[in-house]
Write a protein that binds this ligand. Structure first.
Ligand code: BG6
Ligand code: MG
Length: 216
């Protein structure tokens, strides 16, 4: 048995491809509001809470809004996002993720989801994966979102594990930062320029080599 006992997975961009739907939701809102927004800017949104994303968008476009307008804009984006979610199913699991989850479960490790998203329960329900996890933390669980370590520490506590017994899988720079700040092992999924600062980096879920992480 390795020194690790629990594996914590981010949701959007690690378990499923919903990162794209977040992008499309923001893009639709930005177009309607005549705000500049592209895929490159969207990279800043990975792992970042809804309100913080909106603030980044408003700031980049020099837009001042009232608290009511801010709320309405965030709600509108979320409605668009939830429209896309209506069509998702098990087919939207990223290639290779089920094998990894089954493999870890068979080996007796505890499994968790820790996502910044307030839509986590909808997505998990659509993907039909709830039973695989010992605990699920989401955008409602803690106040300070990634890159703060809070969500991962809260998840470890729920798993009854020490931070150093946990490995985190993340596609976001902010998520890797959060895992490192929580004193956990960070596995970055995606390009080096985004998650190269993680302890391990793989270009995609399919390329993850569990053996490299779980050493004797
Ligand atoms: C994260 C995504 O998982 O959830 C972010 O990477 C997103 O892009 C965040 O902004 C919050 O999501 P939601 O569903 O609460 O708007
Ligand atoms: Mg993510």
């Amino acid at each position: 048995m390795s020194k690790f006992r629990g594996f914590i997975f981010d949701l959007d961009g690690v378990i499923t491809d919903t990162a794209e739907y977040h992008y499309l939701g923001w893009k639709k809102l930005a177009d309607e509001e005549n705000m500049e927004f592209d895929r490159e800017f969207n990279e800043k949104f990975r792992g970042v809470s809804r309100m913080e994303c909106l603030d980044l968008l408003l700031e980049a476009n020099d837009r001042k809004v009232t608290p009511e307008e801010r709320k309405e804009l965030a709600e509108r984006k979320n409605n668009y996002y939830q429209e896309y979610l209506k069509n998702i199913s098990k087919d939207n699991l990223l290639d290779g993720i089920e094998e990894i989850l089954n493999n870890l479960k068979d080996k007796g490790y505890k499994l968790a989801i820790a996502s910044a998203s307030k839509n986590t329960s909808i997505v998990v329900g659509k993907l039909d994966i709830k039973d695989m996890f010992d605990t699920i933390s989401d955008g409602h669980s803690v106040k300070k979102s990634k890159p703060a370590p809070d969500l991962f520490l809260y998840t470890a506590e729920n798993l009854n594990l020490k931070p150093e017994e946990c490995v985190v899988f993340e596609d976001a720079a902010a998520g890797v930062d959060a895992a490192i700040a929580a004193n956990m092992i960070a596995v970055g999924i995606g390009p080096k320029k985004r998650v190269g600062h993680a302890h391990y980096q793989f270009d995609s879920v399919k390329e993850i080599k569990l053996g490299k992480i779980i050493k004797k």
